[in-house]
Design a protein. Sequence first.
Length: 434
Amino acid sequence: MKIPEASRSAAQDLLNFIDTSPSPWHAVQTCEARLQSAGFKRLDEVDRWQLAAGDHCYVVRGSASIIAFIVGNQAAVNVGLRLIGAHTDSPGLRLKPKPAEDVQGMQRLGVEIYGGPILATFADRDLSLAGRVNVRTADGFKTHLVHFTEPLLRLPNLAIHMNREVNENGLKFNKQTELPLLLGVSGGDNTADNRFRQLIANRIGVDTSDLLTWELNAYDTQKGSFWGVDREFVANSQLDNLASCHAALNALLATKNPAATCLCAFFDHEEVGSESAAGAGGSFVADIIQRLATSAGLDNEDQRRMLARSFFISADMAHAWHPNFPAAYEPGHHVLVNAGPVIKSNANQRYSTTADTSARFMALCERAGVPCQQYAHRTDLGCGSTIGPIVAARLGIPSVDIGSPLWAMHSIRESAGVLDHHYMTAALTAALAN
Ligand code: CO
């Protein structure tokens, strides 16, 4: 399979994007850096806004959700909005508020399970910590992003001699007792709690007594890679859903002087149901749209007219056909890696796609010159969901759920196609222009 240079470099840029984003807070920081260097201006929700055609802006809520937009040059009431949504969070292990413990000569950190990871994939990986820490200051507290780049933690497997049935029964962990991550060996009077606090405090350059709270992700330090006989695949953590964030962000950055206002909304908390102040089930996107409309002087009726002319694309990953597990798939709806964006449909509205919005997305792919595929889950298997139906229900905008094909969704090491990422970026770029 021939991989064009442009697809290769887009995929390499995706791997770099993920490697600098080991937590949803870092993902927003990475987006912010790219938006700023493209001239986007940060808005704060506490200020009054005055927006004009051509403005390039972004807003962060809760430090792990971000909405970036370009104000269109035509009246929004006549052309509506073009929205793309994705999520910044990925399933995994998060440290507890008081994680450190000494157990019979060993020191370890207790974790909670965030969302629905494939827990077995976290075993024997070179894990480390990334996230945010709040430190006491004279007038309250300050948030620091923390990213330990060296391996720091591990969840070693039990030897097969003590787990003889592991290949027959699968690798299982008791979520409370068998998931704590090993940190070190107990020694002298330096407790696990002391060592953990010293580790964090030294990294930030503050006193341990000033550490207040943290949200820390156990992430995989292995960098992204290409694989396959023609290096036509990529592997990394968090492809679900940083691949969609990266494609949408690049689509927005490629958009010049659009007729309709274009928004990209990347939400935290999708993997835990989206019901939060900064999640897709919260008011974030509706609030930003309302403020755009107010700034444009639209009355209530014209705001409804604007929404009725709008289109929302929910971009999340799709289940790629795996030849070793044919029984897991709907036989008529295989989606292949490197064969283009996938339209995801579900009669029970687990996806927001309708026949109309699906046809509209197909036309966009055609315009962008990229192939496109259709996915339906097996009828005898429960179907996943994403932010599409949630945002569609909140805003009342016609919506479609799409995504690039992905293997091993929710593994700590997922993989996908080099061509697909480039196709997706082209399709989303076309969506913002039409
Ligand atoms: Co996802």
